[in-house]
Design a protein around this ligand. Structure first.
Ligand code: ATP
Ligand code: MG
Length: 429
């Protein structure tokens, strides 16, 4: 027998058992994106190598050692995309999309990086990339973050911390960089090998060091906050105020600098400790200079990318897969008159709350049998209709997972009474 051919290391197959979760998550994310006016763009998997070296930066992990780069049959150097922002910006410039226009875009698909494969880190992985081109912020910065927080809620994923920081202008960053190099040079003895290498090439990355022995020397380093210009500081303060307004919790992490060269002002990252050492689930920032750097008219922009493998894993840990099959509410109707009313009412509720997953008891049965089915369905709440309820134009509503009391709700108020149970059944897991 011939030897079996194996998949390339770090590139996994997504088998049918896994794709169901993926589609469900992708569907939920798409619904949120369109609700905020983001539209899909699809760009090639292959681009000229130069696009990435010029945008991401020559001295970054990606460009230095992670790209799949090769010459095509014509001798042109091409690269499998390691991220989507550069390709989207190229496409926007090339297709004349930026002439005093604004675009909210998203792009989903595989990215390729030659990394050391491990849990949560692969050579082919998937991102949902979200970009807002032509918006100076800070309003769009806040809206983007608030939208992503909504995505996490929709999926029932928790235990993530949002970290935000501001990098100021490229000039401020340069001054900061110089001072940082001076600081670390004085403490050269305390640096590990990795950081010594970064000191010459990309000193801000030392702040990202995951080595615990580096903690003290990193903690004493100057922070970018002291270098911000007034306009960037005001931008950052306004962003934080908007996040406070929307009750989205965050931490300011002055050491958050991000690995790519093109960021300025706002940077952010969602991290979790539930995934082991690969804990960043979504990362991004503002890149006001990139469009110009790639030959377009100066256009402010912000974007971010969600790591789909890590998000899917978090979703599974949160019990999302089991809960996704459960309805939000189960409607129990005892007797013919109640069943007729329940069917009419269920249709009305589906009109009023299009996202409500409602299961109406079909096939009859006594009250106790129907309540057993309601419980077994995994629904977060049960709506109860009997002869008496029909007569008074009201229904019983009882939470099934939180042990709350049953309440009596007039038909006309049912939709708002059921709102708290919308896709909230994950919370009971
Ligand atoms: P890290 O520090 O983990 O290498 P990064 O800064 O290189 O992350 P980005 O380029 O900002 O990551 O990509 C955004 C998100 O894409 C990350 O937060 C992560 O969730 C995901 N991601 C990045 N690289 C990989 C990979 N090799 N495998 C799986 N997911 C990845
Ligand atoms: Mg990386």
């Amino acid at each position: 027998m011939d030897a079996k051919i194996q998949a390339i290391r770090g590139m996994s197959d997504l088998l049918p058992a896994a794709t169901a979760d993926w589609s469900r998550i992708e569907g939920a994310l798409r619904a949120v994106l369109s609700g905020y006016g983001y539209r899909e763009i699809r760009v090639p998997l292959l681009e000229r190598t130069e696009l990435f070296s010029r945008s991401i930066g020559e001295v970054t992990d990606i460009v230095e050692k992670e790209m799949y780069t090769f010459d095509d049959r014509n001798g042109q150097s091409i690269t499998l995309r390691p991220e989507a922002t550069a390709g989207i910006v190229r496409a926007a410039i090339e297709n004349g999309m930026l002439r005093s226009q604004r675009h909210k875009l998203w792009c989903a698909g595989p990215m390729f990086r030659y990394e050391k494969p491990q849990k949560g880190r692969y050579r082919q992985f998937h991102q949902l990339d979200i970009e807002a081109l032509g918006y100076p912020g800070p309003d769009i910065d806040a809206e983007l973050i608030v939208m992503i927080a909504r995505m996490w809620r929709m999926l029932g994923v928790r235990d993530m911390v949002l970290q935000v920081n501001s990098l100021g202008t490229p000039q401020a960053r340069m001054r900061y960089r110089d001072d940082l190099v001076a600081y670390f040079r004085l403490r050269h003895d305390e640096l590990d090998e990795d950081s010594r290498r970064r000191l010459e090439r990309n000193p801000m990355r030392i702040l990202d060091s995951k080595n615990p022995e580096m903690r003290a020397v990193v903690a004493g380093a100057p922070t970018i906050a002291d270098y911000l210009d007034d306009a960037s500081a005001a931008h950052f303060a306004a962003l934080r105020a908007l996040l406070d307004q929307c009750a989205v919790p965050y931490e300011v992490n002055l050491r958050l600098v991000r690995g790519l060269d093109y960021y300025n002002r706002t940077v952010f990252e969602w991290v979790t400790d539930r995934l082991g050492s690969q804990g960043a689930v979504c990362a991004g920032g503002r890149y006001d200079g990139l469009v110009e750097q790639l030959g377009g008219t100066p256009t402010p922009a912000i974007g971010c990318a969600i790591g789909m493998e890590r998000l899917v894993e978090l979703y599974r840990l949160a019990g999302g897969a089991a809960a996704a099959h459960a309805p939000d509410v189960y409607v129990v109707a005892v007797g013919d008159a109640a069943m007729a009313a329940a069917m009419r009412l269920s249709e009305k509720l589906r009109d009023e709350l299009p996202r409500l997953a409602l299961e109406l008891n079909c096939g009859g049965g006594g009250f106790r049998a129907q309540m057993r089915r309601a419980d077994a369905s995994g629904a977060a709440a049960v709506v109860i209709l009997g002869e008496e309820e029909v007569a008074t134009g009201s229904a019983g509503v009882k939470p099934l997972r939180t042990g709350g009391e049953q309440t009596v709700v007039p038909f006309c108020d049912l939709a708002s009474a059921l709102m708290p149970y919308l896709a909230s059944n994950n919370d009971s897991a």
